[in-house]
Ligand binder design. Structure first.
Ligand SMILES: [Zn+2]
Length: 212
């Protein structure tokens, strides 16, 4: 990581999907997902620029196992854009499960970017939907605002954080994942695969203590 003090200038903290459904008690709970909240609160206080994402599906979304009769959550099916893991219903627009965790203290966040709102396409990444073609608009937003180094935190490490980090690199941004401010789902060793993928893409992985 460069020696610049993180949190100022062209840096942005990207807080991925810290929503009730991804926390214990939610419909797609990430183990110990709520533990990231106090760490993110501490980090956010060090960043002038904070962007939040929110998974935001219409009811009956194609990524839900319930939309495919006979299928169960965590099975994989083939859809138009390739493999799709089927999830329990989660983060349905306007529900309490889709709301940001109530203890998240990021009032100074400048953008809440919603994703996954097209009925037939899932969107793990904050930059592209899972068809890998449809932009969310985030890359353009960050460029127009002169933000070039992205520190990513949130849920889940091995899905939305990973995809966001990979796409951020491909879009030409510097990317750092603050790993203790993330938690993973870990399907079929997906956390280990995430660490390998990030290393190959030269995404730095650091601990929150390196910043605050
Ligand atoms: Zn989702």
């Amino acid at each position: 990581m460069s020696k610049d003090r993180p949190g100022a200038g062209r840096d942005v903290l990207l807080v991925v999907d810290v929503q009730n459904d991804f926390c214990p008690g939610g419909n797609l709970a990430v183990p110990r997902g709520d533990e990231v909240v106090p760490i993110i609160n501490r980090l956010a206080s060090a960043f002038a620029h904070v962007v939040l994402t929110q998974d935001w599906h219409p009811a009956g979304h194609r990524s839900f196992a319930s939309s495919h009769p006979g299928r169960r959550p965590y099975e994989t099916i083939q859809v138009a854009y390739g493999a799709q893991i089927l999830w329990p219903d989660h983060c349905v627009q306007g529900t309490s499960g889709a709301a940001l965790h109530r203890d998240l203290q990021v009032a100074h966040a400048q953008l809440v970017l919603r994703k996954g709102y097209h009925c037939d396409v899932d969107s793990y990444s904050a930059f592209f939907e899972n068809d890998r073609r449809t932009h969310t608009g985030l890359a353009g937003y960050l460029r127009e605002r002169g933000l070039g180094r992205i520190f990513i935190v949130g849920l889940a490490l091995d899905f939305c954080v990973r995809y966001s980090a990979e796409d951020g690199r491909r879009e030409g941004f510097d990317v750092v994942v603050i790993e203790d401010a993330c938690r993973g789902i870990d399907l079929d060793n997906s956390v280990a695969a995430t660490r390998r993928a990030l290393q190959e893409l030269e995404v730095d992985r650091i601990a929150a203590g390196a910043i605050v």
